[in-house]
Ligand binder design. Structure first.
Ligand code: SF4
Length: 248
């Protein structure tokens, strides 16, 4: 596993769990608003992982701390009993063929696993769920299908996205969908279109866009996020389609 960063402690990223967050390196998307360009772009040297603390020891490029699996597992072993879960995020974790084996090793230490994914590797998702290797799934819904490639900055197989939605909703596991609501990319009508794609889902978070950090497309540093009243209006639209929706 190529590990791009480690956040040693979080109470926010896995509901009701005390977790550490592992950031895997590399992504097949180039979401314009992505605030982890160092995990996405090869050779990026501009910033820190999500401005979060990292267990990297400084080797590798500036802002791109490399953590060996040995170092990671030494840390996880030491934290047994203090942490009870691990969030695996990216980049896009399912790009890594060794993800299932990596998760098996972590589970052997007694940790529960939350997986964050962009939904492009529906096959691996199905496999991980079938083998009971994950306990919670968060999938990004980047936009309505007709705008997807504009938001993610590359071409993608939208059928895989749809497949992943179905797999997650039928998994029997707790899950959430989340959408970063970026003005210029996502409007009020788009919220309804996304809502139709995940109709009946248990949880959907609308995430406020942050522009004051390194972004994959620096032009978006000049874009202001929606006002809180506008986000609340979007939440009301979204609530027509899912069981629970909140802005965060
Ligand atoms: S899928 Fe996630 S990590 Fe990849 S570019 Fe988009 S926001 Fe960034």
């Amino acid at each position: 596993m190529i590990i791009g960063g480690l956040q040693k402690f979080s109470l926010l990223d896995y509901p009701d769990h005390i977790a550490a967050i592992i950031f895997t390196q590399g992504c097949n998307f180039r979401c314009q608003f992505c605030y982890n360009p160092m995990l996405v772009k090869p050779g990026y040297t501009g910033g820190k992982v999500s401005n979060r603390p990292s267990a990297g020891d400084g080797q590798g490029q500036k802002g791109h701390p490399l953590i060996t699996e040995d170092d990671l597992f030494a840390f996880l072993d030491k934290r047994k009993g203090k942490l009870n879960a691990i969030v695996i995020t990216g980049g896009e974790p399912t790009l890594h063929k060794d993800l299932p084996e990596f998760i098996i090793k972590i589970r052997k230490l007694g940790y529960k696993i939350k997986l964050d994914t962009n939904g492009t590797n529906s096959q691996m998702l199905k496999d991980l769920i079938g083998r009971r290797l994950i306990d919670y799934i968060a999938m990004d819904m980047k936009g309505p299908l007709d705008k997807y490639e504009k938001v993610i900055g590359v071409k993608t197989d939208l059928m895989k996205i749809k497949e992943s939605i179905t797999i997650i909703m039928k998994s029997g596991l707790p899950y959430e969908f989340r959408t970063t609501v970026v003005p210029d990319l996502i409007g009020f009508k788009d919220i309804a279109s996304i809502g139709k794609l995940i109709k009946g889902a248990s949880k959907w978070y609308l995430q406020i866009f942050k522009s004051d950090i390194d972004l994959v497309n620096p032009e978006f540093n000049n874009t202001k996020s929606y006002a809180s009243g506008e986000m609340e209006e979007m939440e009301l639209i979204a609530k027509k389609y899912v069981k629970f929706c909140a802005v965060r």
